[in-house]
Write a protein that binds this ligand. Structure first.
Ligand SMILES: NC(=O)c1ccc[n+]([C@@H]2O[C@H](COP(=O)([O-])OP(=O)(O)OC[C@H]3O[C@@H](n4cnc5c(N)ncnc54)[C@H](OP(=O)(O)O)[C@@H]3O)[C@@H](O)[C@H]2O)c1
Length: 324
């Protein structure tokens, strides 16, 4: 098969479309004929040599894909050759074929096109596991999602609204904020021009849940933006890893801070998240209340351009790479 390989750690020019051995599905795994994959920020770090794949995972980039089941490994039940699926991967998505534990598979939901489904597993599993399973967002809560115009943010807006929350987002331009509003965001904040703590606190009691991609840079202000009993969940470190935390403020609010990652979790935990997504979130996608937001589609062989686009910013939602 063909796959995108990293010639040596560095820039996007080091990505090359080349021939590699086909993966073989092990016990409990399924071989997928990949239709499409999607670009994640973690792929950029891995390409630079700063985010090695977890032990046992494919060296090939790609944390999600859609496609058709081509072969079942020993002991796999519940799936058939020919099924259209999408999957959460620990790696290996930037290829024509990938082997994945069957518990990480999801059916392509409702009317979603096979190509667009490639952009769902990573955002669906990240948003659901953090915002709902961990932070317990419920009807009437206030959700603040930073980076509302990104892959995670565009999904978080829709999930928050589908659950009956008030959703506030930050983004870097009026045009991107307007698109967030069209997706359902109630409160839109330009992080280049406005103070998100002031904006949020002037319109709400504070955030019950914050989904944060910035890390250190926003740590103090995120605590300020929390409501009493609020939960801050950090999933990204775009604003650095080391920050200062005022525990006095956190205690006064009886607040909590968590930081999580999806990729490093063992297969069983990923399976639990995928099962919860299938049970609770997939019906929302089937009904159309939550839809994939795809900002750009490119051939997989041109993955380097996808990396450049994500790095430069400006894409609304996900970048999908078509393997066929
Ligand atoms: N922990 C996990 O398991 C996990 C899983 C998936 C993703 N992530 C992380 O989650 C983050 C979002 O992922 P993604 O796929 O949505 O990436 P993405 O599509 O590249 O979006 C990144 C977003 O960051 C926003 N941003 C940049 N500077 C900002 C600032 N100062 N304040 C607020 N927002 C700012 C951008 O907003 P504008 O474009 O509007 O400027 C953009 O929407 C990334 O850091 C990623 O690594 C973590």
């Amino acid at each position: 098969m063909h796959a995108i390989m990293i010639r040596e750690p560095g820039g996007p020019e080091n990505l090359e479309w080349t021939e590699v051995p086909d993966p073989v599905p092990g016990r409990g795994e399924v071989l997928i004929d990949v239709a499409a994959t999607a670009v994640n920020r973690a792929d950029l770090l891995q390409r630079q040599g700063n985010y090695p794949p977890p032990r046992g995972a494919s060296e090939i980039l790609g944390l999600e894909c859609s496609g058709t089941v081509a072969e079942l490994g020993e002991g796999v039940e519940g799936w058939q050759v020919g099924d259209e699926v999408c999957a959460l991967l620990s790696g290996g998505g930037y290829a024509e074929k990938v082997a994945v534990p069957a518990v990480q598979l999801l059916p392509v939901p409702g009317e979603v096109e096979l190509t667009a489904a490639a952009g769902l597993p990573e955002v669906a599993c990240t948003v659901w596991s953090n915002v709902v399973m961990l932070a317990g967002l419920k009807e009437g809560d206030v959700l603040l999602a930073h980076g509302g115009a990104g892959g995670i943010g565009t999904h978080a807006i829709q999930v928050g609204k589908a659950l009956g929350a008030t959703v506030a987002v930050t983004a870097g331009s009026a045009e991107r904020l307007e698109r967030c509003r069209q997706l359902g965001a109630d409160i839109v904040i330009n992080y280049r021009e406005q103070d998100f703590v002031e904006e949020l606190r002037s319109q709400t009691k504070g955030a019950d849940v914050i989904l944060d991609n910035m890390g250190a840079k926003y740590l103090g202000r995120n605590v300020d933006a929390l409501a009493t009993g609020g939960r801050l969940v950090v999933i990204g470190m775009q604003g650095g890893v080391k920050g200062e935390l005022n525990l006095g403020k956190l205690i006064a609010k009886r607040g909590s801070i968590s930081a999580t990652t999806l990729r490093a979790r063992p297969v069983e935990e990923k399976g639990e998240i995928v099962a919860a997504v299938r049970e609770h979130l997939w019906p929302l996608v089937e009904r159309g209340s939550v839809q994939p937001v795809i900002g750009q589609v490119l051939p997989l062989a041109e993955a380097a351009d996808g990396h450049r686009a994500l790095d430069e910013g400006g894409v609304f939602g996900k970048i999908v790479l078509m393997a066929k």
